[in-house]
Design a protein around this ligand. Structure first.
Ligand SMILES: Cc1cc2nc3c(=O)[nH]c(=O)nc-3n(C[C@H](O)[C@H](O)[C@H](O)COP(=O)(O)OP(=O)(O)OC[C@H]3O[C@@H](n4cnc5c(N)ncnc54)[C@H](O)[C@@H]3O)c2cc1C
Length: 305
């Protein structure tokens, strides 16, 4: 408490830190502001073998009703800098701290005439969360633009890992196996490096407004959700189409509801519990399996007890 002052809280409701506005208390919630504080914290956690979990902007999380045992480290405030350097006349490398919002990075890129980040416009996470999730859309994903990530080693040193050594998959990045993170239970991303190309500002802005417009008509952006709840199956119809065809749009359990705008969004109408959302998730999975013989896998991370 002496080091973190008001940035450490006990029994902190995770519903305050997730876009679904659901989740019981974290035993301890720490939001380091400085990298040096984060390093002290991580060394201490490693030395004492204490359980911890990393949270970015909480936009891809379903935290269960009894909350999270151990320490939650919020990466929402620590490391927000964005910079760039030219590689040659046509290409640049943009470096972003983990806590920068993805939208801020997209706007930084378009404002400097750098093409390549528009796919991520409107994704409400942090850069670190987006890298960890390999966030993306039909227009691309983080894996397409990233050239390296910097993670924290167990003894608190930054380790730079180049793209060729990163295992990006659909909506996830496997970092645990990399020797640089030394088997840490939850590797911590500090920074991402992105290769973008110099382009025409007008063209980038035109593409950006089409992407934003499409998102605003297709997604329930003003309701409490964690984005698409299920991953799309590798082939065939999307998860949203399957849920829609199973007749589940608008299906409600307690205050958890399948969005009527986009069937792959589960929304919290007001006071949904994680239990309501889990029950609805199970019902959707069962219905889609019965009707189409497809097993839907959650994209949202379900954490806690
Ligand atoms: C309205 C809405 C629309 C969305 N649209 C999209 C979309 O189009 N495409 C898409 O892919 N996603 C979408 N999402 C989901 C979500 O925004 C993304 O997955 C986002 O990248 C998550 O970032 P976050 O900072 O909120 O991460 P969190 O939800 O806080 O965490 C997600 C995971 O990342 C880990 N993590 C977070 N930060 C770090 C870090 N610094 N180091 C290591 N691990 C970390 C966490 O431990 C957790 O496992 C949407 C969500 C909403 C609410």
């Amino acid at each position: 408490t002496a080091t973190f002052g008001p940035n450490v809280r006990f029994q902190e409701p995770m519903s305050r830190h997730t876009s679904l506005r659901v989740g019981g208390p974290a035993d301890v919630y720490v939001a380091p502001k400085e990298k040096s504080d984060l390093v002290v914290l991580v060394r201490w956690l490693q030395e004492n073998s204490l359980p911890y979990f990393i949270v970015g902007n909480g936009t891809n999380l379903l935290v269960l009703d009894k909350g999270i045992r151990g320490i939650v480290i919020s990466m929402k405030r620590c490391l927000t800098d964005i910079q760039h350097k030219a590689l040659d006349k046509e290409n640049v490398v943009v470096t972003s701290g983990t806590a920068a919002r993805l939208n801020t990075l997209c706007k930084y890129a378009s404002g400097n005439r750098f093409k390549g980040m528009n796919f991520a416009l409107g994704i409400p996470g942090t850069v670190g969360g987006a890298i960890f999730m390999n966030a993306g859309t039909d227009h691309g994903s983080m894996a397409d633009v990233i050239t390296a990530v910097v993670v924290l080693s167990p003894d608190g040193e930054p380790v730079r890992i180049k793209k060729h050594a990163l295992q990006f998959r659909y909506r996830r990045l496997d970092l645990k196996e990399h020797p640089g993170v030394g088997g840490m239970q939850n590797p911590i991303i500090l920074e991402g490096e992105f290769r973008l190309s110099v382009s025409d500002k007008h063209e980038i802005e035109k593409e950006a407004s089409a992407i934003i417009q499409k998102r605003s008509t297709m997604q329930p952006l003003h309701q409490k959700s964690a984005g698409c709840f299920f991953k799309n199956p590798a082939t065939g119809k999307s998860a949203g189409e399957l849920i829609d065809l199973a007749g589940l749009k608008g299906k409600r359990i307690g205050d958890a509801q399948v969005s009527t705008t986009h069937a792959n969004f589960i929304i919290n109408k007001d006071r949904a519990t994680a239990a309501d959302i889990l029950e609805l998730k199970d019902l959707i999975q069962e219905a889609v399996l019965t009707s189409f013989n497809v097993t839907l896998e959650p994209e949202v991370k379900i954490v806690g007890t």
